[in-house]
Design a protein around this ligand. Structure first.
Ligand code: 0A1
Ligand code: ZN
Length: 876
């Protein structure tokens, strides 16, 4: 087998032929589905007579190829290397092909596959070529007419994009439905679903008064989990009208839930397909966090109807054009409908642990990569989350009103087209008059910029000089990085925490301003200051960078209490806690007493007793930096010291503030019916954080509280929080029966069993390994289902760091075994799961060797392109 080859952005060529119209007929059979495709083709003006037509196809059994009704001779076409080439086609013609495919053997879950008793598709990015021969690239856009034929009893519901236009009975107990989608679209937005499905139906009147039918299709056992997603959909539709002026454009909008799905969901035109974990919810089975995740994914997919579908990507290098923008849109929706501060805190916490780690690892790539071997490997946190940060910076640079004028113009001008990142940024430059050439580097330069900030106060001149330096570390293939255009929102606080007026060059800028850092090093002078101020920097996380400044702990405590920016209050708390944890890690390594800084205890005591203006932010402030974020601060990750110090800190906070936590726990009990409203979510989150501290004392009494909460079983949020505390405790007389009871009670519900898996494999004690192995044999587990793999294996390797990184190498070995199996079953998931092993350079020599040995063992397998690309980069 030859080595997989990279594809380069610089090699882009426009398509030689456009497809004006695509007609598809499916005869659905699990083992042998027939697909007939009729493509109406036209040669592009820029190409000459006789230009060959090249179509993509994978794993197809070709039965017929005809041009304008004439079957082709062997010398008129060629099939090789997953390409069908029509050698000398006419300028305009009709191509007919017929192929056979095997959906039931499709464990990769790309193209047409069987999930349970349903047929469904996943075509982004390159799954359509596993369905039929096609120019499978996003810059070829056609209208689609799709006829589905299937068994009337087994497949009573058959859906595709657009509107149903014809249906009827066929001989042999079969029936058919024909769907028409009037909006030209690339093949990656094609979808079909067939099976025994039930629907929840609703209506939505758009801003111009058009009536839209909304349908949520699920298997019968899930009909009690559809309401929340329907509410989310309507909220998202209204929000997109108000915030972006975007209206829905078909008579119906459908969502289908499927159990086997590689990602969260997919924005197929008019027929979104969702991983059931990303759409099904009810209070008994679903936690607050999952309700919120579902809300944002429903919104995300809906928003793609404009940012992605109406205006799509020219090529897959432009993925962030639709994904970065759509994530930014779904984040804004959440900020407008939930707690804005908490939403920002949670997104940033995720970005700067997981995305920063990606940027610092062997697979680091720019928001717009310039080459790839397997595009499926680039649905990453960098493209999605950093891509969203780049759009957020743009909005902050041009201002919200101008940004809206820019997005209106972008949607209008490029409607129906496949475009590039440049088109989006140029539109923003045009409406704002800003020069954004340097800003474009955010799309082409990988790595996380590091800023170091020096402040100097001069009592004589009453001036404060702020000097900021930027530096972006080298990443694979990018040794040198020119400076970026970085917006830094900031303010200054006086000695009593008051917001100071910012006077620059004799001009007042209020108490909050944005500094545009464009050079390697730049200085600003603030005037008329009576004392040395405390700088509040990077408010709202105004740029995706690491920022260093030598704040004293007193200054951090001051920012934490008084900064007008909620995000920076939280961040100051995280920095203060990190400083305290660093002392504790040093003491732990030296074998000294590991004692928590008194100041942190005082500050937390203050927090717990201050009038709670925002309980949800308070709950976030009461969480210590995660082990992953602490690890991000270290040059060589010290897994055991991190865990020991953090556990010690939690224990000491718990002992010293017991009465506070107890009061908070009881004060936040709700006796209203469950709803995932921001107020209720805040109360439960605060209550359960408090309970986790109470339990951390190791006393029996709080465990009894947890047990009572578990048994009261008011909702999954409370039940699962309690179960986790019981299952992670040393009191097996309480933990084991709870785990058993939960597993028996929910054995019929795979989404709850996923939570049961995740809860057990995050147990920090060493005995977790036996538990994990036992659960891998459990009947509810299957390596073929991505949700199961993520819940059991993914949670263990990503969230149980002390055990995954054990020095006996068991964690690494187990992951490598799983990845080798997945490589055969589902290459996309295999390439994602292997990630923690690829980060071996961050660890000590001994762990490095163990991890590297497992990667080399994987490399000796016959690898899928997906896994090949990742493993080669890691070992390079
Ligand atoms: N466009 C989808 C993400 C997605 C990508 C690939 C998939 O299968 C390989 C599935 C979904 C989104 O952003 O939601
Ligand atoms: Zn998306």
């Amino acid at each position: 087998m030859s080595e997989p080859q990279a594809i380069y952005l610089s090699d882009y060529q426009p398509p030689a032929y456009r497809v004006t119209r695509t007609e598809l007929t499916f005869e659905l059979e699990p083992h042998a589905t027939r697909v007939r495709a009729r493509l109406h083709l036209e040669r592009h003006e820029n190409y000459g007579h006789g230009e060959p037509l090249v179509l993509n196809g994978e794993q197809l059994t070709t039965l017929a190829v005809a041009v304008d009704g004439q079957a082709l001779n062997d010398n008129e076409y060629r099939i090789e290397d997953e390409r069908l080439t029509i050698l000398r086609p006419p300028e305009r013609f009709v191509l007919d092909t017929e192929v056979e495919i095997n959906p039931s053997a499709n464990t990769a879950l790309e193209g047409l596959y069987v999930s349970g008793s349903m047929f469904c598709t996943q075509c982004e990015p390159e799954g359509f070529r596993r369905i039929t021969w096609y120019p499978d690239r996003p810059d070829v856009m056609a209208t689609f007419e799709t006829t589905l034929i299937g068994d009337r009893d087994q497949l009573p519901v058959m859906l595709s994009n657009g509107n149903p236009v014809e249906w009827g009975e066929l001989p042999g107990g079969r029936h058919f439905v024909t769907w028409q989608d009037p909006h030209p679209k690339p093949s990656y937005l094609f979808a079909l679903v067939a099976g025994e499905l039930e629907k929840l139906e609703d209506r939505f009147t758009t801003m111009s008064g058009r009536e839209v039918t909304l349908q949520l299709w699920v298997e019968a056992r899930n009909t009690d989990k559809t309401e929340w997603a329907m509410e989310s959909l309507k909220r998202a539709m209204r929000w997109d009208e108000q915030a972006y002026g975007r209206e829905y454009d078909l008579d119906r909008f459908m969502i289908v839930a499927v159990d086997d799905f590689n990602m969260g969901a997919m924005e197929n035109k008019g027929l979104n397909i969702f991983n059931s974990a990303a759409v099904l919810a009810n209070p008994a089975t679903t936690t607050d966090a999952a309700f919120q995740r579902i809300d944002s994914i429903v919104a995300h997919e809906y928003f793609h109807n404009w940012s992605g579908n109406r205006v799509t990507c020219r090529d897959w290098f432009q993925l962030a054009l639709k994904e970065g923008f759509t994530v930014f849109r779904d984040q804004s929706y959440t900020e407008d409908t939930q707690s804005a501060a908490v939403s920002r805190i949670q997104n940033v916490a995720m970005l700067r642990t997981a995305q920063f780690a990606e940027d610092a690892g062997p697979t680091a790539h720019p928001v717009r990569p310039d080459h790839f071997i397997e595009i499926s490997n680039f649905y990453t946190l960098t493209v999605y989350e950093k891509g969203a940060e780049v759009v957020r910076m743009l909005r902050n640079l041009v201002g919200p009103e101008t940004f809206r004028r820019g997005s209106d113009r972008y949607f209008e001008r490029f409607d129906g087209q496949a475009v590039r990142v440049e088109d989006f940024v140029a539109t923003m430059a045009e409406v704002s008059g800003l020069e954004l050439d340097q800003f474009m580097r955010w799309y082409s330069q990988a790595g996380t910029p590091q800023l170091s900030v020096q402040g100097e106060y001069d009592g004589q001149t009453r001036q404060y000089h702020l000097t900021i330096e930027q530096h972006t570390p080298a990443t694979p293939g990018q040794p040198e990085k020119p400076p970026l255009h970085i917006p830094i929102r900031m303010g200054l606080l006086g000695p009593d925490g008051e917001a100071l007026e910012l006077v620059v060059n004799g001009e007042s800028r209020g108490t909050d301003t944005v500094l545009a850092l464009q050079q390697e090093c730049q200085s600003w002078t603030f005037e008329q200051l009576d004392a040395a101020p405390v700088p509040s920097l990077l408010r709202g996380f105004s740029a995706p960078v690491r920022l260093e400044h030598a704040w004293s702990r007193d200054e951090l405590a001051l920012l934490m209490r008084f900064d007008e920016d909620g995000f920076n209050r939280w961040d100051a708390g995280q920095r203060l806690a990190l400083a305290a944890l660093e002392d504790m890690m040093a003491a732990w390594r030296a074998g000294d007493a590991v004692k928590l800084d008194e100041r942190l205890i005082e500050v937390w005591h203050g927090l717990l007793n201050a009038p709670a203006d925002d309980r949800s932010v308070l709950a976030e402030m009461l969480r210590l930096p995660t082990e992953a974020w602490i690890a991000e601060q270290q040059s060589v990750v010290d897994v055991d010291a991190i865990h020991a110090a953090r556990e010690a800190a939690i224990g000491q906070l718990a002992d010293r503030l017991y009465a506070d936590f107890e009061r908070v726990y009881h004060a936040n009990q709700l006796d209203v019916p469950y709803a995932p409203t921001p107020e209720q979510v805040a109360a439960r989150s605060l209550k359960n954080v408090a309970l986790s501290y109470l339990v951390a004392t190791g006393e029996r009494e709080p465990l009894m509280l947890a047990q009572a909460q578990f048994e009261a079983d008011h909702n999954m949020t409370d039940a699962r929080a309690a179960l986790t505390l019981l299952a992670h405790s040393d009191a097996s007389d309480l933990g084991d029966p709870a785990v058993r009871a939960f597993g028996e009670r929910w054995a019929h519900d795979p989404l709850v069993m996923d939570q049961w898996f995740a809860t057990q494999v995050t147990r920090p004690q060493q005995d977790v390994m036996e538990r994990l192995k036992f659960l891998m044999e459990h009947q509810a587990f299957s390596l073929k289902n991505p949700n199961r793999v993520r819940a059991l294996i993914g949670t263990f390797v990503n969230s149980n760091r002390v055990n995954f990184h054990r020095l006996d190498g068991e964690g690494y070995r187990l992951l490598a075994d799983v990845v080798i199996e997945l490589n055969r079953l589902n290459p996309e998931i295999a390439a994602r799961m292997v990630t923690p092993l690829t980060r071996f350079r961050r660890f000590d020599e001994q762990r490095q060797q163990l991890m590297r040995a497992e990667l080399e063992r994987i490399r000796r397998e016959p690898l899928s392109r997906n896994l090949y690309e990742v493993v080669e980069k890691a070992l390079a």
